[in-house]
Design a protein around this ligand. Structure first.
Ligand code: HSE
Length: 431
């Protein structure tokens, strides 16, 4: 039986999960693949740290480079995270001709263009299923199963922690801080949940997915990213009254001029849409291809075992690539698309929540600014208040460009009768 040497860089939650599940399903994997995986080295930062998964002590090293120097290691699995050591390590691995598997979304979102160019030059593949939506095989699906398609749109719920928080805010009426504390207590959110709630974890995943689907590398600084940290219970409640759920949604779509729109922000979606019923820590990707039509993928986007499932699937692909070298090294650029649509040009419907004085003429001033910008209002909610002081005013806006809408919201925010920064969220109808 042929044996394939693996070097694991990182033995945190996911690395340990890969080791554990390779062992647990060893016989099945070997029978399915006709080769045996042999973890030869595990690089960690601290040899003394207690581990929840056992592995022979002689496998552990603090020397990352020793994985690259071992000629018997054909595949390295980068699960150290961050973009510092990980970047240096992945570059060096490709230079050394080792197949790379990584779950590092920040690394690929920020350095994908460079790393895939190097992979292609060295004719060494990079596999990265675990980087996007944990256990959902959306990379392989996009790259292989749907290779016949032009992607008209891809929408995704790509961060389990923020989806859990939004679910609890919606179902139990919790405020953001309480729902976050609950997610942390249950071990869903990271100790520092900043990337989960500020949108960047999901944005990195959206960048990878969009780049793969549209064949050109999308830069993080060019897309619109907003998190769920400024949403209020009122937003959830008003959206609900209007027939919508709020999701931290990746919206990726191409227009007829082959310009691609990518944004990641809290978005109102109709409660009747299938993505509205993706709750708790689950992720989902709903995509539309010109050949396949609509397709939906649902599953766990984080956690030891679901993410290990994706890494092990990459190991199987890597084993196949060793047996029969391919022309694709993980990302294929093409020139069907190639232009990112500036956010200001993208058109959407909007939800605009304001906090306003309860005095005559307020609505007229706000409507006047919108009318001057040629922006139509489709509905208004202003709950009657029995308390003194400012009260919320919600306007649903017809199609407008982000540029025009943001400018109008700024002008509205500057009115003396408007007492807090306006909350502006797009509405997605998936047409
Ligand atoms: N922390 C992420 C989530 C998983 O909550 O979905 C890793 O990207």
């Amino acid at each position: 039986m042929e044996s394939i040497g693996i070097g694991l860089a990182g033995f945190g939650t996911v690395g340990a999960g890969v080791y554990k599940n390779l062992a647990a399903n060893r016989a099945l994997l070997t029978q399915r693949l006709g080769v045996e995986f042999n973890v030869r080295r595990i690089a960690v930062r601290d040899l003394t740290r207690p581990r929840t998964v056992e592995a022979p002590a002689e496998l552990f090293t603090t020397d990352l480079d020793s994985l690259l120097q071992d000629p018997e290691i054909q595949i390295v699995v980068e699960l150290i995270g961050g973009t510092d050591h990980a970047l240096r390590f992945v570059r060096a691995a490709l230079e050394a001709g080792k197949i790379v598997i990584t779950g590092n979304k920040a690394l690929l979102a920020e350095h994908g263009a460079e790393l895939f160019a190097l992979a292609s030059e060295r004719r060494v593949p990079i596999f990265y299923e675990a980087a996007v939506a944990g256990g959902i095989p959306i990379i392989k699906t996009t790259r292989e199963a749907f290779i016949a398609n032009r992607f008209e749109s891809i929408h995704g719920i790509l961060n389990g922690t923020s989806n859990y928080i939004l679910t609890r805010m919606t179902a139990a009426g919790l405020d953001f801080a309480t729902a976050l504390a609950e997610a942390q207590a249950l071990g869903y959110a990271e100790a520092d949940p900043a990337l989960d709630v500020n949108g960047w974890d999901a944005a990195h995943k959206a960048i990878i997915l969009a780049s793969l689907a549209y064949g050109f590398w999308i830069r993080a600084e060019d897309i619109h990213v907003a998190g769920i940290d400024s949403l209020t219970r009122d937003d959830i409640r008003f959206a609900d009254q209007l027939g919508y759920s709020i999701k931290l949604l990746a919206t990726i779509k191409a227009d007829e001029q082959a310009a691609v729109e990518v944004r990641l922000c809290p978005t109102l979606i109709p409660k009747t849409h299938v993505l509205a019923s993706v709750n708790g820590v689950f992720n989902a990707v709903w995509l539309r291809g010109d050949v396949v039509g609509d397709a939906l993928f649902y599953g766990r986007g984080a956690g030891q075992d679901p993410t290990a499932s994706s890494v092990i699937a990459d190991l199987a692909d890597a084993a196949a690539a060793l047996a029969s070298p391919r022309r694709c090294y993980g990302f294929t650029s093409h020139d069907l698309y190639g232009r990112l649509k500036p956010l200001d040009e993208a058109v959407a419907q909007f939800y605009l929540r304001l906090l306003v004085d309860d005095t005559p003429g307020v609505l007229a001033q706000i409507a006047g600014i919108l009318a001057a910008a040629n922006i139509g209002i489709s509905s208004v909610i202003q709950p009657e208040s029995h308390e003194p002081g400012p009260l919320p005013l919600v306007l649903m806006i017809h199609d407008a460009s982000f540029g025009r809408m943001r400018e109008a919201a700024e002008r509205i925010g500057a009115l003396a009768c408007v007492k807090a920064a306006p909350a502006l969220l797009p509405v997605e109808h998936f047409h």
